[in-house]
Design a protein. Sequence first.
Length: 227
Amino acid sequence: MTPSPSFWPQGTVYGTLLNSRAELLAMAGQASQAPYKAPPRAPVLYIKTANTWSQNGSRIDVPAHVPEVEIGASVAMVIGAPQFGTHGGPATPGVAGFVLVNDLSVPHTSFFRPPVKTKCLDGFLGLGPTCVSPHDAGDPGRFILEVRIDDALRQTVDFSDAVRDASTLLSDVSAFMTLRPGDLLMLGCGAGRPLATAGQRIDIRAADRPAFGVLSNTLAAQLAEAA
């Protein structure tokens, strides 16, 4: 597969955990255990470092010690103006647009430790072909993603299930930190994320929103791991 033009971040890429109601419900038992003993009240964030970024259409190498990769289909808000203390509302002020992302990770069961070793492997963030303006993207609460592995539909992600919609997430995050132009903030991934292995192709598209295009990446067995 030949890499095609992709949107490319100009700042920090932030992921959001447990922003799907179904995912939060599935984790309810674990969230009630020590050390926290209750579900999170604030957004749970992590960073996808620059080494993880992969162009649309590129090959993503999977280390030999990783038999399966978890697919995290999501949409990221692209920050266009500094955000601090942004108030929630029906709009997403200061957002330049939205882009498809494939937030790959090594399968894991705990959300209580910083997920660097599972989420920040080289190439583990596929970036969509284009940044779609808020006007063309429409209401983020109506985004529906389709995930296909080797052309077979494996997951549908409905963002009407979000714990925090796009504007509320932006407001809650900017309450304690500044988001700068070029940063990306993901809206989160759905529950029941599918698994893929080396040799398989992953396609992510937004249903009824052709402006997003299709984010495609092929997983490949890594030839050699660094010592």
